[in-house]
Design a protein around this ligand. Structure first.
Ligand SMILES: Cc1cc2nc3c(=O)[nH]c(=O)nc-3n(C[C@H](O)[C@H](O)[C@H](O)COP(=O)(O)OP(=O)(O)OC[C@H]3O[C@@H](n4cnc5c(N)ncnc54)[C@H](O)[C@@H]3O)c2cc1C
Length: 370
């Protein structure tokens, strides 16, 4: 039977695409065996910052912030964000903020310490401060988003898509594990690092790779009055949540398949992140290791996301390739995926950017008949 629009994957991209569609009055089915934001997003460190180096990314995050704030009650806190580094290291991200018209302050090292005495910052460093940025608890955001989706009558199916129904090359429906078939009049594939397995079922190979990313939570035992922050010199990022700091040193490893194990990370990763914190912050006691986060991230060879149609599949839009920046860019890209599917433009993206993100650039081989 037809269920209107079908979305495969309820990560930030799929779940917010579903929400955009539901607000437009569409009948929507959102399919994910791990539930809403239960995949990589649930392992995410929860940093949402406009301080990125590409003006397109800055605009995507600006829109994502609006979308997240439209559903979050207590799962997102506006902490602002401070990027620390040498002037030359931060010039691209300052230019991107200017380009996107985002208000920001450029502070000397002593101005940073004057405003937030908990920071240890050398004189030759500067800080760039923006105040829109969010600290997000992803599992709590998943629950709040689920409530809004249900209120909009989105049907959330907690099962996996096992295969597709096709008519010639065009995809006409999805088949769930267990055999139930759901037809659609529009399909968005937003299964993150699983997109490549799903596309393989349709005879399409895309050149994406999967890495396992790690982040850590440390308990400071006190609430510091500081913004969330990143550090170009020590190569680490942190968000503040109560007495916790969540983040780390961008630790990641190549993986053959998406890894959701909850095994402890290598001890030296945790130790290095702790050392970075101790170097940058003036603390009364040593932070206590709380827990770690580990999950899959999807990379493209050029590091850009992908968004668009694969022509031969019919009414299907694919979106993904969000690397370790998908909680902050996924909501806006999901909305753009929906707008694109229904040919209403693409949200915040220009036509040149859409061309840049076209998924066909990742095709390894031409499609085989299935
Ligand atoms: C340790 C760690 C820290 C991170 N920190 C940050 C951060 O601070 N800020 C940030 O912006 N990003 C961060 N990320 C990255 C972010 O989590 C991802 O970029 C983002 O979740 C990708 O969104 P997505 O919607 O493309 O995919 P996902 O979130 O992976 O969602 C895809 C969904 O598809 C589902 N799925 C898979 N197969 C099927 C199937 N067959 N049928 C139906 N559904 C299926 C999965 O269960 C999953 O829920 C971090 C990631 C990790 C692992």
């Amino acid at each position: 039977m037809s269920r209107g629009l079908v979305l495969v994957g309820a990560g930030p991209a799929g779940a917010f695409a579903a929400l955009s569609a539901a607000f437009r009055g569409e009948e929507v089915t959102l399919i994910d065996p791990r539930g809403v934001l239960g995949g990589a997003a649930s392992r995410s460190a929860g940093v949402v910052t406009v301080q990125l180096e590409d003006p397109m990314d800055v605009r995507l995050v600006l829109r994502s912030i609006e979308l997240i704030r439209s559903v979050a009650k207590s799962s997102a806190l506006r902490t602002g964000f401070l990027q620390l580094g040498r002037e030359e290291d931060l010039s691209e991200s300052i230019a991107a903020l200017r380009d996107a018209g985002v208000m920001h302050e450029i502070l000397t090292g002593s101005e940073v310490v004057g405003r937030w005495p908990a920071f240890r910052v050398d004189r030759d460093l500067i800080g760039v401060y923006t105040d829109l940025d969010l600290s997000v608890e992803p599992p709590a955001l998943g629950l709040e988003l689920m409530e809004v989706l249900e209120a909009q009558d989105v049907r959330v199916v907690k099962r996996g898509v096992a295969s597709f129904a096709t008519d010639g090359n065009a995809v006409t429906g999805v088949v769930l594990e267990g055999g139930e078939k759901i037809d659609h009049d529009g399909l968005i594939l937003a299964a993150g690092s699983h997109n490549r397995e799903l596309l393989k079922l349709l005879g399409i190979e895309i050149r994406t790779r999967v890495i396992t990313c790690y982040a850590y939570k440390f308990d400071l035992g006190e609430e510091l009055e500081i913004p969330s922050f990143s550090d170009e010199l020590l190569h680490s990022y942190w968000r503040r949540w109560g007495t916790l700091l969540v983040g780390g040193g961008y630790d990641a490893e190549w993986a053959d398949a998406p890894d959701y194990s909850s095994a402890e990370p290598p001890a030296h990763y945790v130790r290095r992140s702790l050392e970075m914190l101790l170097q940058r912050l003036e603390l009364r006691r040593e932070p206590r290791y709380h827990s770690s986060l580990r999950g899959p991230c999807e990379l493209t060879p050029d590091m850009d996301p992908y968004l668009g149609r694969l022509d031969e599949l019919g009414d299907v839009v694919v979106v993904g390739g969000l690397r370790g920046y998908g909680l902050m860019r996924g909501p806006a890209l999901g909305e753009a995926a929906y707008e694109l599917l229904r040919s209403r433009g693409s949200g915040v993206l220009t036509s040149d950017e859409l061309e840049r993100l076209r998924p066909s650039r990742l095709l390894r081989t031409q499609r085989r008949a299935v």
